[in-house]
Ligand binder design. Structure first.
Ligand SMILES: [Zn+2]
Length: 192
């Protein structure tokens, strides 16, 4: 990837290839604020995890602090900062609920405040409570596997719905589904 930006070391606009100044070769900041841009991914809800992983390793390979042990202080600083930035962005994108919040923000909408995951839908509340009750009364490994498979399938379907609602910019629907999704993710996590 090639861009023209001011190099912190050369103090002028220089060509930067793969985050290194083409004149002095010093490492440069990524200069991207949202996780999708950091990995150069299309801003869609459903992402290709394999593509994300490849890009994650490519970036970590460039910025990993181990590669800057004998470098200038400023380079060590950039490497530490960007390396943790890359990790955060990667974990956020892998999280099905966080990805909704990121996309809503990118599109200029407010996400659900974190503690306000309340149910407006009674059927949904009942469905989740029933599932929670079943999880609490699991008696053997077979039952556990069965419920887990069910939850994974429910999550898969919700993700498809959320994706299609993002394409149609149906924001209230996305917010409702995100409440359901976050509960299902919690139940799934507790099952592990
Ligand atoms: Zn330079």
């Amino acid at each position: 990837m090639e861009v023209i930006i001011p190099c912190w070391n050369c103090q002028t606009d220089t060509k930067v290839v793969d985050f290194r100044c083409s004149i002095c070769n010093k490492i440069q900041n990524i200069r991207k604020t949202n996780p999708y841009d950091i990995f150069n991914l299309k801003q869609c809800y459903l992402i290709d995890n394999e593509e994300l992983e490849i890009k994650y390793f490519q970036l970590q390979n460039i910025f990993h602090p181990d590669k800057f042990i004998n470098s200038a202080e400023k380079e060590k600083e950039i490497s530490a900062y960007e390396s943790s930035n890359i990790n955060n962005a990667y974990n956020l994108l892998l999280n099905n609920v966080d990805r909704i919040k990121i996309l809503l923000k990118l599109k200029g909408y407010k996400a659900n405040p974190n503690n306000e995951e309340s149910f407006t839908d009674k059927d949904l509340l009942e469905e989740i409570m029933e599932l929670q009750n079943r999880c609490m009364s699991i008696e053997n490994e077979n039952e556990k596997v069965k419920i887990k498979t069910e939850i994974i399938e429910k999550i898969r379907i919700i993700e498809l719905e959320i994706n299609s609602n993002f394409e149609k910019e149906k924001i209230p629907e996305i917010k409702n589904l995100s409440v359901k999704l976050s509960y299902l993710e919690k139940i799934k996590k507790n099952l592990n």
